[in-house]
Design a binder for this molecule. Structure first.
Ligand code: 2NL
Length: 342
């Protein structure tokens, strides 16, 4: 190949060159323009070109140098607008995509409301583990050895002997609070709880609870009633009435179930209250003296009351939701109805 032919070959190579990356381009630059690059070699060899060809070869050489420089400049500016530039090719004048704003989950909304209402009368929050030992979930709460809740049919066990289970209520956190604090204790316990239930419109294996506890000298059933009346009126409406029916829990004595006057029909009778005018919202009672003693609190000196409610149930009543499963399906058509509810 004559020097002229050699340069022509380089020229067509340069014309066809594309760089996949800035590193590629740098390699190309060094190959032609580097200290030991092709152009320096060609200029060095120019001395040997016969005089009568010098003019033509010299012109070709200059043409080659310009071609390399132009190629590098054009590829460099292409990289500057794309690689490493997230806005490359974006039309900044285009209207933005419409982003659907989310909404808080109704369970979160109502949980916040319950916490906030009790917070106003001095209750502070405590949380605890979802995986519990037998003592905190059952034994300290006076559950007898043969109680059905201790059965695999009702409770999700992680291990047997020692018994470790997913907590079936947040009462386990109340035990921990009493073990670790001296009265006065005025606390509210929100959390997720787990029971081995077949899933239906009215039952689920995961649900949310808020329990409350007040232990001090001279705490009475009258205090319990007044605290729960305050809650019912703040949560539902100021003309809400309450009634207490006797009930049974292993950890309270006496125990009761609290109804509120139906917030749908105002007590006249409707589908929601099954024409009784009343709907059950929570369970409650005076903390059994044995439970206080189990936690190192002297039942001769202190008394206390406790209560527990299912957040799903309160939420269903408040927003007239008929199927529990809606809370767990994350269907946006359901969830977006609660935008702005809190
Ligand atoms: C219900 C009823 C209740 C309690 C929870 C409690 C906790 C301790 C001691 C005594 Cl550590 N009581 N909690 C008391 C009565 C009822 O829950 O229906 N919950 C959904």
């Amino acid at each position: 190949m004559t020097p002229g032919e050699q340069i022509q070959a380089y020229l067509s190579e340069i014309a066809g060159f594309t760089a996949a990356s800035p590193a590629d381009l740098e390699q190309f630059r060094l190959r032609f323009l580097g200290k030991k690059g092709i152009l320096n070699d060609l200029f060095a060899a120019f001395k040997e070109v016969p005089n009568e060809e010098k003019k033509a070869v010299g012109q070709l050489l200059n043409q080659l140098k310009i071609a390399v420089q132009e190629k590098i400049e054009s590829l460099k500016s292409a990289f500057e607008t794309t690689a490493g530039n997230p806005l490359a090719g974006v039309d900044l004048t285009r209207p933005a995509d419409h982003i659907q704003p989310g909404a808080r989950h109704p369970i979160s909304i109502v949980r916040s409301q319950v916490i906030e209402i009790f917070g106003r009368i001095g209750y502070i929050i405590a949380e605890g583990p979802e995986i519990e030992d037998d003592w905190h979930n059952f034994s300290a709460l006076n559950f007898p050895q043969e109680h059905p809740a201790r059965d695999m049919q009702d409770t999700f066990f992680i291990s047997k002997d020692p018994d470790i289970a997913l907590r079936t209520h947040t009462s386990s956190v109340q035990i921990r609070a009493m073990e670790n604090n001296r009265p006065p204790i005025r606390m509210i316990f929100p959390g997720r709880v787990f029971r081995n239930e077949a899933i239906s419109a009215r039952a689920h294996c995961i649900f949310h609870q808020v329990e409350g506890l007040y232990v001090d000298k001279n705490v009475s059933f009258a205090d319990l009633k007044q605290n729960l009346l305050y809650f019912a009126r703040e949560m539902f409406s100021e003309d809400t009435r309450i009634r207490l029916r006797p009930s049974y829990f292993p950890f309270t004595e006496p125990s009761g179930e609290m109804d509120i006057s139906c917030n749908i029909c105002g007590g006249k009778g409707c589908n929601i209250c099954k024409h009784t005018g009343w709907v059950e919202i929570l369970g409650c009672g005076m903390v059994d003296p044995q439970v206080l003693a189990n936690c190192g609190i002297d039942p001769e000196e202190y008394t206390g009351f406790a209560f527990g409610m299912g957040i799903e149930r309160i939420t269903m009543l408040k927003y007239q939701i008929r199927d529990l499963r809606l809370f767990f399906e994350n269907d946006i058509r359901f969830l977006k109805q609660f935008r702005g509810a809190w």
